[in-house]
Ligand binder design. Sequence first.
Ligand code: IVH
Length: 666
Amino acid sequence: MNLSEAKNKILELRELLDKHNFKYYVLSKPEINDFEYDTLMTELVYLEAQFPGLQDKNSPTQRVGNDINQEFSQIIHKFPMLSLGNTYNEQDIRDFDTRIQKTIEIPYQYVCELKYDGASISLSYKNGKLMHAVTRGDGEKGDDVTQNVKTIKSIPLNLQGSNFPESFEIRGEIFIPHKGFDEMNKLRNEAGEEEFKNPRNTASGSLKTQNSSEVAKRPLDCYLYYLLSDNLPSNSHYYNLQECKKWGFKIPEHIEKYKTIDQVVEFVNYWETERYKLPYDIDGIVIKVDSVSQQDELGFTAKSPRWAISYKFKAEQALTKLLTVEYQVGRTGAITPVANLEPVQLAGTTVKRASLHNADQIELLDIREGDYVYIEKGGEIIPKIVALDTEKRDSTITKLNFIENCPECNTKLVRVEGEAKHYCPNEKNCFPQIKGKIEHFVSRKAMNIDSIGEETIDLLLSNNLITNIADLYALTKEDILPLDRMAEKSANNIISSIAKSKEQPFERILFGLGIRHIGGTVAKNLAKTFKTIEALKKASFDELIETDEIGKKIANSLFDYFSDNDNIGILEQFKKYNLKLEVVEKEIKSNKLNGLLIIASGKLSNFSREEIKQVIEENGGKAVSAISSKTSFLLAGENIGPNKLKKAIDLGISVISEDDFLRMIE
Ligand code: IVH
């Protein structure tokens, strides 16, 4: 194919891909299936790689993002990004209307839109191409997050038609729909990563993520609700948005034009309850004067427009009866009070339990069993109790006394000075603590013994096959085969995954021991600094607190741990079973790849995934999993993905074959 043929083909493919993208992500009416779409994309990626002179920053191939750690430069907003005045009740809305009437002549109309709960963004377009995407920042200037925003498929990189202003800005809200959010969290959970708390923070956090290929994986979406230009298509905000739709933008789907404030109030009331049926979060309604010239007449205050206002929904609360308070014992012995409630509907789900945090909160609210309580959903999954309805209180109910003894083992609880929680100190004989410690030890982030779940741990404990984490390594297949519902295959799996866990590095064991206050990062720092369990055991208080992120609390906790003979016994057992109680430095065979960052992709004929990593490291190199400008070369195997190949070519990174690689390390 010659250059001009390639150019025609590339333009044709880009237009086609933009069109199908719009049909899928904006209209939700795909015309082709994923396979057909991928085929077109692969062809375009291939051609752009063959003809680097024909690359375009707004090509659909750019939506995959890249792994270069970006710095965000600041861009001054041509029109400042203001916020909206808030209202909370019907009277406020009517007062807003009264103010409008005082300034402008009738007739006027209102446009009502949903107030999307995400992160606001300002997009600028020139000659139909997306130029910049800028966050709100301080309203005057924001961060240039163009690279990240290009990964959002419902935002057009190239506009359709031709009657858009030569240059304009359009503003909107970037958000994550519920379904995508849940799916993403499920995947994160499976991968042992921490789940995101709520869609709004995740959306705004995503915009500021340095690596745009990570952003490309997030299910971000965007509604555009405000067009700004010196050459607007018309004097009506409503009509202008309809035009934006024709150019390829996703505009608010529930948008209405009204002549009276009564209709506006009706819209607000309707959405107050209907909002729970939407597939994404909204936190209110935005009411705007439709006519652009009337908007100009009304103008702005220092902070917000006088022609628009937002009505904020109240966080939904439910009133229900607190039946009982129950106390849970965690693996570290921490006691958490939990309220059992009379089941009640709240924001689309039935709620039966609410958290009470600690004794102070119970004391502060004077919460009693039998009380009527208001519950509210915050960022957390389990709702919290925010207030009581004391008028409904039955005069016979008595003050709730926080338990003094452990609900599981009856040991007297302790409360450390300055800490909010009560603890059960009977670490060794309190069942949930014993079980919790084992669950923690086998968990993904610790020893990753994935064939052992909660049920198996219960069985092992109740059959006296184990009493602590070290006993796991003494288990034989014969021990576990007789257990309830245990088959040959699962028994084999358990034994082999326990054996495999012996390969886990020192830092994982350190984390897995479940020493109070020692999380993953602290364990890593301790392993890096002290290298062996012996050195850690001998470390002085001063040596400990000189370590990164280690303070007095952790140092004391380590002293407590090492001064207990049972713990020393467990570590002795670990030594006997050959667990890695020290940092193992990698064996270096040569320094032929010294300092090189190498990414291997595709199927290799001489190495498995693990083997190639090992060979690279044995020769002084570092095996990386994502391409960045710092990558030294891409080792390309069979059937390497076109995106990886293209990225390497884009970044000017050399691509080598498996034979080349073998020669390098020979
Ligand atoms: S109009 C000059 N319309 O709410 C006013 N804003 O507190 C331009 N928001 O910063 C904003 N949905 O992030 C407008 N349909 C909507 C909106 C909306 C959400 C956000 C936006 C703005 C904030 C105002």
